[in-house]
Design a binder for this molecule. Structure first.
Ligand code: NAD
Ligand code: 3PG
Length: 626
C-alpha cells in the first residue's frame, strides 16, 4: 500500500472499485494523489485496483464514487494516531453547529480575541470559524504559516475576510449564505415598521416617565413606495413581506433578473429612479468596492424630501457623515440601522445618538432559528472542505460538483503526474513561460470541466521547482504570479463519450530539454498520458510512443534498438537492489532509435545512473521522480 502522506486533510474517499487491472499484477493497490509536501485542499483520491486482468480501456476506467467514509488524513501517521483536525471558533456559534464539528474535530472556542491573540493561535489550527465581528486579514493568513486550510464565515457577508489573501495562501473560504436570509428580512421589516411608528423612541420616552402621544405620530406604510436596493436573497424576501403590507415595490439591482423581480411584484429600475421616487429605501446589497459609500451626499441630494432609510446590509454602503447631514437638513426624515461602518460604532457616534435614528447592534441574523441553521450550515461546509470536498458555498474557489469530481478522479492524478514529469524534462536555466494542455476527448466541447485538471497540471509543474504549494484555490493565482501561462485546447476525437477523457498532453514550448528525445517535431517538450485500469500511464514522450505506469520513479533512456538492452540496464539496477516495476520500449523502427521507459520503485544511486549512461547504445537518459 502506498503511503498516504498527502497533506490534504481528511479527503473524501473516492473509491474506484471494480474490475480493474493493476499494472504490475499486484493484488490490491492504494494510490494517493500525492505523497509529499503540502497538499492543502485538494482532495486525496484513493483508487483501488484489485485484479490483474487487462480489460479494454473503456471497460477498465471505473467511475469513482464519493464515499462518506473518511479514510485519508493529512498524514498517515497522524491518521494512525487518530489525530483530528483543529478548528478555532472565534465567535459565538450555536451548540448545534459545535456538536457537528466536535464529531470530527478538536474544537476550540475562543471569543473576543484581539488581533494579536488571533494571529498567535492561527498557526495551530486547520480551520477558523468567524461571524462578522472578526477581521480575517492578510496578517492572519501570513501568521498561519500554511496550516490554515479553511475559513468558515458563519453568515453571508464575507467583507471581513481578506479574500485575495486567502486565495494567495491557498486557503478556502466558505460561507453560510442561506440560513439567515429570513431572519435578516424579518429584521428589515421590523425596523421599517418600528421606525415608521417611532416604537423605539416612544418606548424610551415612556421609560423616562413621559407620555408623549403628539410627539410620536408616525407615518403609514400602505400605498407607500419602497425601493429595495439589492434584490438578492434578503432583498427579495423583504419585498415579498412589504408587498403584504400594501407597499408599492421598486427595486434596483444591476445583476438581478427582471422576471424574478416581476414574479414578486417588484419593478426593476435604475439607481437614480429608485432613490428619487421612494418613500422608503431598504438596503440589501453586499459591501464591495463599487457599493462602498454609494449612499453619499450626492445620492441623498437626489432623494425625495422626508425619505426613510433602512439598512440591514452593511454600514459601509452609507457615507455615515453624509447621512447625519441629510438627517439634520431633513432630506432624510428617519433612518433605521442595524449595521455600521465601524462595529461597534464609537460611543459618541452622532448617527447613533441622532433622535431620528433607530439602531440595533447588528441583530439581523440573530434569531435562535437562524443561528442554529447558520451554525449547522457552516459546520458542514467547513468539515466538507477539510475532508477535501469542494464546498458548494466556496467563495474563492471554483465549485466542482461532486459527480464531476468523482468522474475526474483518476485523470486528476494523471494531470499532476504529467505536469511533474514535463517540468523535470526542462533543462536548467530555461525559464518556463508557456504551457499548453491538450485534452483529447470524445465528449462535446462544453462537456468537460477542466479547472481541476488545469490546477493539478499547474501544481505538478510548479511544486517541483519552487517552494510554493498549489491547490485548486490558488493554482491560477500562483501560475499568474510566476508569469506562467497555461493555454488549454480541446480536441474532439471518436470514442466513447462515457468517459471524460481519452488522453491528456502537456507541452512546454521555448525551452531546452535535458532529454532531447522529449522534444516533439515542432520543438516543444511533449508528454502525453491516459488512464488505464484506473491508473495514470505515460503513453508518449516527444514523438516516441511508450506505455509506462506513472508511479514511483521513471528512467527514460534513448538508445539504439538492439537485443540485450533491457537485460543490461535491468542488471545495473538489480545490483543496487532497485526494483523495476514496469518497462516499455517505444521505437521508430526495428534496430533504429528507441526510448526505453523503466518504472522503478526505488531511487537508483548516482553510480547506477552513471553506469546506465555508460552503456554504449544509450544516447541519453534521464531519471524522473513522479
Ligand atoms: N444585518 C444582518 O445581520 C445581515 C444578515 C444577512 C445578510 N446581511 C447582508 O445583507 C446583504 C444581502 O445579503 P443576501 O443574502 O441577500 O445576499 P445576496 O448575494 O443574495 O444579494 C445581494 C444582491 O445585491 C446585488 N447587488 C450587487 N451589487 C449591487 C449594486 N451595486 N446595487 C444594487 N444591488 C447590487 C446582487 O446582485 C445581489 O442580488 C449582504 O450585505 C449581507 O452581508 C446582513
Ligand atoms: O452577513 C451576515 O450574514 C450578517 O451580517 C450576519 O452577521 P453575524 O453573523 O455577525 O450576525
Amino acid at each position: 500500500m502506498a503511503s498516504a502522506s498527502a497533506n490534504s486533510l481528511f479527503a473524501p474517499s473516492l473509491t474506484s472499485s471494480s474490475p480493474s487491472s493493476s499494472i504490475n499484477s499486484s493484488t490490491t493497490k492504494l494510490v494517493f494523489l500525492r505523497s509529499s509536501a503540502a497538499y492543502s485542499s485538494f482532495p486525496s483520491i484513493k483508487l483501488i485496483s484489485s485484479s490483474s486482468s487487462r480489460t479494454p480501456f473503456v471497460a477498465r476506467v471505473v467511475k469513482a464514487t464519493v464515499s462518506p467514509e473518511i479514510t485519508v488524513s493529512k498524514d498517515a501517521d497522524l491518521q494512525a494516531k487518530g489525530t483530528k483536525p483543529t478548528i478555532l471558533v472565534a465567535e459565538k456559534l450555536s451548540d448545534a453547529g459545535l456538536e457537528v464539528l466536535k464529531g470530527f474535530a478538536e474544537v476550540e472556542c475562543a471569543y473576543n480575541l484581539s488581533p494579536e491573540e488571533l494571529r498567535s493561535k492561527i498557526s495551530q489550527v486547520d480551520a477558523l470559524i468567524v461571524r462578522s465581528g472578526t477581521k480575517v486579514t492578510r496578517e492572519v493568513f501570513e501568521a498561519a504559516q500554511g496550516r490554515l486550510k479553511v475559513v468558515g464565515r458563519a453568515g453571508v457577508g464575507i467583507d471581513n475576510v481578506d479574500l485575495p489573501a486567502a486565495t494567495e495562501f491557498g486557503c478556502l473560504v466558505v460561507n453560510a449564505p442561506t440560513a439567515n436570509t429570513v431572519a435578516a428580512a424579518e429584521h428589515g421589516i421590523a425596523l421599517l415598521a418600528s421606525m415608521a411608528r417611532n416604537v423605539a423612541q416612544s418606548d424610551a420616552s415612556m421609560k423616562a416617565g413621559k407620555w408623549q402621544r403628539n410627539k410620536y405620530v408616525g407615518v403609514s406604510l400602505v400605498g407607500k413606495t419602497l425601493a429595495v436596493m439589492g434584490f438578492g436573497k434578503v432583498g427579495s424576501e423583504v419585498a415579498r413581506r412589504a408587498k403584504g403590507l400594501g407597499m408599492h415595490i421598486i427595486a434596483h439591482d444591476p445583476y438581478a433578473p427582471a422576471d424574478r423581480a416581476r414574479a414578486l411584484g417588484a419593478e426593476l429600475v435604475s439607481f437614480d429612479e429608485a432613490i428619487k421616487t421612494a418613500d422608503f429605501i431598504s438596503l440589501h446589497m453586499p459591501l464591495t468596492p463599487s457599493t462602498s459609500k454609494v449612499f453619499n451626499d450626492e445620492a441623498f441630494a437626489k432623494m425625495k424630501k422626508g425619505v426613510r432609510i433602512i439598512n440591514v446590509a452593511r454600514g459601509g454602503v452609507i457615507d455615515e457623515e453624509a447621512l447625519v447631514r441629510a438627517l439634520d437638513n431633513g432630506t432624510v426624515a428617519q433612518a433605521a440601522l442595524d449595521v455600521f461602518t465601524e462595529e461597534p460604532p464609537p460611543k459618541d457616534s452622532r448617527l447613533v445618538q441622532h433622535e431620528n435614528v433607530t439602531c440595533t447592534p447588528h441583530l439581523g441574523a440573530s434569531t435562535a432559528e437562524a443561528q442554529e441553521g447558520v451554525a449547522i450550515e457552516i459546520a458542514e461546509a467547513v468539515l466538507g472542505a477539510l475532508k477535501g470536498e469542494l464546498a458548494a458555498t466556496a467563495v474563492n474557489a471554483p465549485m466542482v460538483p461532486a459527480e464531476v469530481l468523482s468522474e475526474l478522479a483518476p485523470y486528476v492524478l494523471l494531470a499532476e503526474k504529467l505536469g511533474r514529469l514535463a517540468v523535470q524534462l526542462v533543462a536548467g536555466g530555461s525559464g518556463i513561460k508557456g504551457v499548453k494542455v491538450v485534452y483529447m476527448s470524445s465528449r462535446n466541447q462544453d462537456d468537460l470541466d477542466t479547472r481541476l485538471l488545469r490546477a493539478m497540471i499547474t501544481k505538478g509543474i510548479i511544486e517541483p521547482i519552487s517552494s510554493s504549494f498549489v491547490n485548486l484555490v490558488n493554482a491560477d493565482f500562483v501560475a499568474k504570479q510566476r508569469g506562467l501561462r497555461i493555454a488549454e485546447e480541446r480536441v474532439v476525437i471518436d470514442g466513447s463519450p462515457e468517459f471524460p477523457l481519452e488522453s491528456v498532453q502537456v507541452q512546454i514550448a521555448n525551452v531546452k530539454s535535458k532529454f532531447a528525445s522529449a522534444l516533439s517535431e515542432s520543438g516543444e517538450i511533449r508528454v502525453e498520458g491516459r488512464v488505464k485500469d484506473g491508473m495514470p500511464h505515460l503513453t508518449r514522450v516527444g514523438s516516441f510512443s511508450v506505455d509506462v505506469s506513472l508511479e514511483g520513479n521513471l528512467i527514460l533512456c534513448k538508445q539504439t534498438d538492439q537485443p540485450g538492452m533491457i537485460g543490461r540496464v535491468g542488471n545495473i539496477l538489480a545490483e543496487q537492489n532497485v526494483n523495476v516495476n514496469f518497462m516499455s520500449v517505444g521505437r521508430t523502427a526495428p534496430r533504429k532509435q528507441a526510448i526505453m521507459a523503466i518504472g522503478v520503485d526505488e531511487e537508483p544511486n548516482k553510480d547506477s545512473l552513471k553506469k546506465i549512461g555508460e552503456v554504449p547504445a544509450v544516447d541519453e537518459f534521464v531519471f524522473l521522480k513522479l
